[in-house]
Design a protein around this ligand. Structure first.
Ligand code: SAH
Length: 352
């Protein structure tokens, strides 16, 4: 059995042609998948019974199962999806006014090793396939009432998206195409730790996705402590790739900065950030640290955050201090999965 969502462009048409079935059946299937919100091939009721049976013998719509579904009072919903190999990832639906945003994962775990992040604590087990990335989008879409559509997509769940461009890019095509979910590429954000080679590859594609670069420190010494992968790369190369992405895409860049008490939240860090980013068409998104059980980091006090913000504003940076959403259901990277671990379930990555 193959995963229907794994098929590349034209593959379903080819499969139909081999069985002397009309090519327009492929369009019908896609409409059921992306617009009709079918939960199975059986539910694609305008396909003749015989076609449904044949499709059903060759393909499955879902390869994951929903291991847990949590809902917060602010409308945030989170799915823990378990794949056939037992690995688990998480995906989030956020409601904000008219916006219906989803946050999706690209890898099981993460290899980047950011010291404050729950996703990388056990390293990376594997990349997610395109179908597994699309399945997250569709599972979340089906949580919405029929009259509501997904409007925004952020690739900020588990994993480093630019370490899995081969899985991610076709999935984003399904998200943005008119036959797919129809989410405007301008409302799709890819968040990266900053991998220059992959950032260049993304720039060369010339699809104007919005790019967010996780900075977390204003100098290489501190960044290499907080974001270990930085040792092999360095800020200069990342900023150069980011500038080129901006030049090619025309999209304003976002830099993300998680504030950790006593580590990167001092006025001196803010001053260094000002000199690093001044003159760039960029937004600095400052995120309060979301506590992770077992990690020694803390969220700075409101006073420390205010001081930090003042220096940035005086320096003329374009800043945004992000609100947290979905706290009560641990809607931050990797946290739901880890809670499963804490509650005594066997972590998928450690199964025989
Ligand atoms: N690998 C990508 C996507 C990671 S998740 C990247 O590095 O950008 C998106 C953002 O959440 C990143 O900026 C990441 O550093 C941040 N993040 C990770 N753990 C966090 C935590 N406990 N609290 C707040 N932000 C966190």
């Amino acid at each position: 059995m193959r995963h229907l969502l794994e098929l590349a462009d034209g593959e379903l048409e080819q499969w139909l042609a081999e069985r002397k079935l009309p090519a327009y059946r492929a369009g019908q299937v896609r409409r059921w998948v992306y617009q009709g919100r079918a939960e199975s091939i059986e539910q694609m009721t305008d396909l003749p019974r015989g076609v449904r049976d044949e499709l059903g013998q060759a393909f499955v719509l879902w390869t994951g199962r929903i291991a847990r579904h949590t809902r917060a009072g602010d409308g945030t919903e989170k799915l823990l999806l378990e794949w056939e190999d037992g690995h688990r990832i998480e995906s989030v639906l956020l409601r904000d006014g008219q916006r219906r945003s989803i946050c999706i994962s690209t890898q099981v775990g993460c290899a980047m090793g950011c010291v404050f992040c729950a996703s990388g604590l056990d390293g990376v087990a594997r990349n997610l396939r395109r179908g597994e990335i699309v399945e997250q989008m569709l599972r979340l879409q089906r949580l919405l009432p029929a009259e509501e559509r997904l409007s925004h997509l952020v690739v900020m769940g588990m994993g480093e998206p630019l370490a899995n461009l081969d899985g991610l890019l076709p999935a984003l095509e399904a998200a943005s195409s008119a036959e797919g979910l129809g989410i405007s590429v301008r409302r799709i954000t890819i968040s990266t730790v900053g991998l220059p080679a992959a950032m260049h590859r993304l720039a060369d594609l010339a699809v104007p996705y919005h790019l967010a670069v996780s900075l977390h420190a204003p100098n290489d010494e501190l960044r290499s402590e907080l974001v270990p992968v930085n040792r092999a790369i360095g800020l200069a190369e990342i900023l150069e790739a980011a500038d080129r992405y901006f030049a090619v895409s025309g999209r304003r860049l976002t830099f993300e900065y998680v504030l950790l008490e006593g580590r990167n939240d001092q006025p001196e860090h803010a001053r260094q950030l000002v000199s690093l980013l001044r003159g760039r068409t960029a937004l600095l998104n400052v995120i309060p640290f979301n506590p992770v059980a077992g990690l020694p980091y803390r969220t700075p006090s409101a006073a420390a955050v205010r001081r930090f913000r003042e220096v940035l504003l005086q320096g003329g940076l374009n800043v945004q201090f992000r609100q947290r959403k979905g706290d009560e259901i641990d809607a931050a990277c990797g946290q739901l999965r880890r809670n499963g671990v804490r509650l005594g379930e066997t972590p998928a990555t450690q199964r025989g």
